[in-house]
Unconditional design. Structure first.
Length: 259
């Protein structure tokens, strides 16, 4: 049995995270295990396991129905797994929709989801007219200065929106930084079913986005078209709106929404 005093002094944040993840792996493999069994497998003192289990239990990732009984995975694991599965489904179902829209319009197509105080690109398709081949997948973008962000903000209450968009940074001279004006634009996007943002994140870049819903009718993502502002002028925006909204409806239907 490792010495408790040495074990406590040898801890670091990285070691603590590693132990927590290993405990989850042990429980996934074994179904349930006692603190002593886990301690033996980790090679640490039982009190160290107890502290780590308590931290995991605070987030519902593990549970210990009896104070001295075995530990097992908690409902928080299902929540995380569900979120991961939903995102994988979104990408899988969205891939053919994105490619078809990019081919039809010639522009870049992106799918984004809310990720804390940003929008996260989870998929992209490049159209034949695309000037750059930069891959935005995995990139975080501000909520207030992008069409995807304004669509995603529409799923939140006014108080939640203000907390989510945080400090309203001006990326260009056209970026909307007044909360009241931004609130109006988010409400407008929600009521009309799409958002258009011109030259607010980058001068010369225009994007338009529409909402994607899941089987429960919840707004879970946005799909956008983007390109140079000289090409996506107001007349072209009007032409692109119909295929964009069809693609958003198609992806929503693939996710089980029939609204």
């Amino acid at each position: 049995m490792p010495d408790e005093e040495h074990d406590a002094g040898d801890r670091s944040p990285v070691q603590s995270v590693d132990r927590a993840l290993t405990i989850l792996e042990i429980l996934a493999r074994a179904g349930e295990a006692g603190l002593g069994e886990i301690a033996d497998e980790l090679g640490v003192h039982k009190s160290t396991v107890s502290r780590t289990v308590a931290a995991l239990a605070a987030h519902d990732l593990v549970e210990q129905p009896e104070s001295r009984g075995p530990v097992r995975l908690g409902p928080g694991i299902l929540r995380l797994a569900g979120a991961t599965t939903a995102r994988l489904d979104l990408v899988q179902e969205g891939r053919p929709v994105c490619r078809a829209l990019a081919e039809e319009t010639g522009e870049t197509v992106n799918v984004a989801v809310m990720a804390g105080s940003t929008a996260l690109y989870v998929d992209q398709a490049l159209g034949p007219s695309t000037i750059t081949s930069y891959n935005w997948v995995g990139q975080h973008i501000p909520l207030h200065a992008t069409s995807n962000g304004r669509v995603l903000l529409g799923a939140l209450s006014p108080d939640e929106r203000r907390a989510a968009w945080g400090e309203l940074t001006a990326f260009t001279e056209h970026t909307v930084t007044r909360p009241a004006e931004l609130e109006r634009l988010v409400e407008e996007a929600r009521s009309q079913g799409y958002a258009v943002v011109r030259d607010e994140l980058d001068i010369g870049l225009t994007a338009m986005a529409a909402p994607v819903h899941n089987a429960h009718g919840e707004l879970v993502a946005s799909i956008s078209l983007s390109g140079p502002s000289f090409r996506l002028d107001p007349d072209r925006e009007h032409e692109l709106l119909a295929p964009l909204r069809r693609a958003a409806d198609d992806l929503s239907a693939r996710l089980g929404w029939h609204g």
